[in-house]
Design a protein around this ligand. Structure first.
Ligand SMILES: NC(=O)c1ccc[n+]([C@@H]2O[C@H](COP(=O)([O-])OP(=O)(O)OC[C@H]3O[C@@H](n4cnc5c(N)ncnc54)[C@H](OP(=O)(O)O)[C@@H]3O)[C@@H](O)[C@H]2O)c1
Length: 333
């Protein structure tokens, strides 16, 4: 198996543990033996548990000697809750290490240099865009900025409406698209809506499996706005924890969530507009259904753009069909 194919396998491993590793990054690792065959795969275990490299090395056993470790993130070089991964790689006798993205954390960085000093051949930057824009996206953002990564997710008709004229919006998109949303909720740290959505839709904002059962992991539910919501609102049920933030300032919301990494904004057009005007959205996920609704309820209110010359510019980083719908993923242009 070549390095890129092995890195794709490492990315799959990392995707599987997203949401379970904070404050550690969700990393995947693959050990190729000296013949280039997969000898072991692994992913970061929950905090306190071994990092991806160590899991993959254990699975590879003696086949790691003389082999290549392929890792999504530069192996760490410091004693945290676990010993440095570079020590484990050197002790296992790997002759080469390939990684996608350098560790931006100054405390953990330096792994590549240490490995090179130990005579290990190091290759950096393998599929770096796929890793930095994929499983490590939110964690890298948090490391660089100190703030959580915010994804605005919404469902829309093809004419850009997020509800029919009477306010009903359940359901614009297909079951397949909604199942995708539930998978994303299950790995997110928080889901944010405005009081308007609670009043109109009364959503539970939980992550559910296709059979309707609650997923093992539930994000924190966050309601933003000055009005008081009913104690009977489903968002206050016992299925997960809920934080009510009595503000209209998106920056205050981000501050209140500063211990989180991956935040999903699922509010209506008012809150989405406020977050976009404040410039605190890092990615947009638009689930577009092949239906027309027309009418006054657009997917987003005022985003502070008065003329086309000042349009907010984004670019598509992925476009995926989901059942009869399309998922557009956008990042700042
Ligand atoms: N298609 C979709 O993906 C989707 C998703 C969610 C909702 N919806 C639809 O959207 C509609 C509800 O829309 P909505 O806009 O009322 O919901 P919203 O954006 O979730 O909530 C709006 C409320 O948020 C509060 N708020 C917080 N920060 C604010 C700010 N900076 N500026 C103004 N208000 C702020 C205000 O409440 P206070 O007065 O309490 O401060 C405001 O009324 C429903 O029809 C629902 O079905 C659709």
């Amino acid at each position: 198996m070549n390095l890129e194919a092995a890195m794709r396998l490492a990315v799959q491993q990392a995707e599987k543990v997203k949401g379970t590793t904070y404050p550690n990054p969700p990393v995947g690792a693959v050990i190729l033996d000296r013949d280039g065959e997969v000898a072991g795969v692994g992913a970061t275990e929950p905090p306190g548990g071994p990092h991806a490299e160590v899991v993959a090395l254990r699975r590879a056993g003696e086949r790691a000697a003389g082999g290549t470790a392929v890792v999504a993130l530069e192996p760490c070089n410091h004693y945290g809750r676990t010993p440095p991964c570079v020590d484990a790689l050197v002790a296992a006798g790997v002759s080469a290490v390939a990684y996608a993205v350098a560790d931006p954390n100054p405390i953990a960085a330096g792994g590549a240099a240490r490995l090179a000093e130990e005579g290990v051949a190091v290759t950096a930057g393998v599929l770096s865009d796929a890793v930095a824009g994929g499983p490590l996206r939110e964690w890298l953002h948090k490391q660089r900025t100190g703030s959580p990564h915010v994804t605005w997710k919404f469902a829309t008709s093809v004419d850009g409406r997020s509800a029919a004229a009477d306010g009903s919006s359940q359901w614009i998109t297909s079951e397949a698209a909604r199942a995708d949303v539930h998978r994303r909720r299950a790995v997110a740290d928080a889901i944010v809506v405005g009081t308007g959505t609670v009043f109109v839709d009364d959503p539970a904002l939980t992550a559910r499996l296709p059979d309707g059962a609650l997923a093992d992991r539930q994000p924190l539910r966050v309601v933003v706005g000055e009005r008081e919501i009913s104690q009977e609102a489903r968002v206050l049920n016992d299925d997960s924890r809920t934080m009510v933030i009595r503000t209209r300032d998106p920056h205050e919301v981000i501050k209140a969530l500063s211990d989180r990494t991956d935040v999903l904004l699922e509010g209506g057009p008012t809150l989405a507009g406020a977050f976009l005007r404040a410039g605190v959205i890092n990615r947009i996920l638009a689930y577009v259904a092949p239906i027309l609704l027309g009418g006054p309820i657009t997917a987003v209110d005022d985003v502070g753009v008065l003329s086309i010359a000042h349009a907010q510019r984004w670019r598509f980083d992925q476009i995926d069909p989901i059942g009869p719908d399309v998922l557009l993923s956008l990042i700042p242009g």
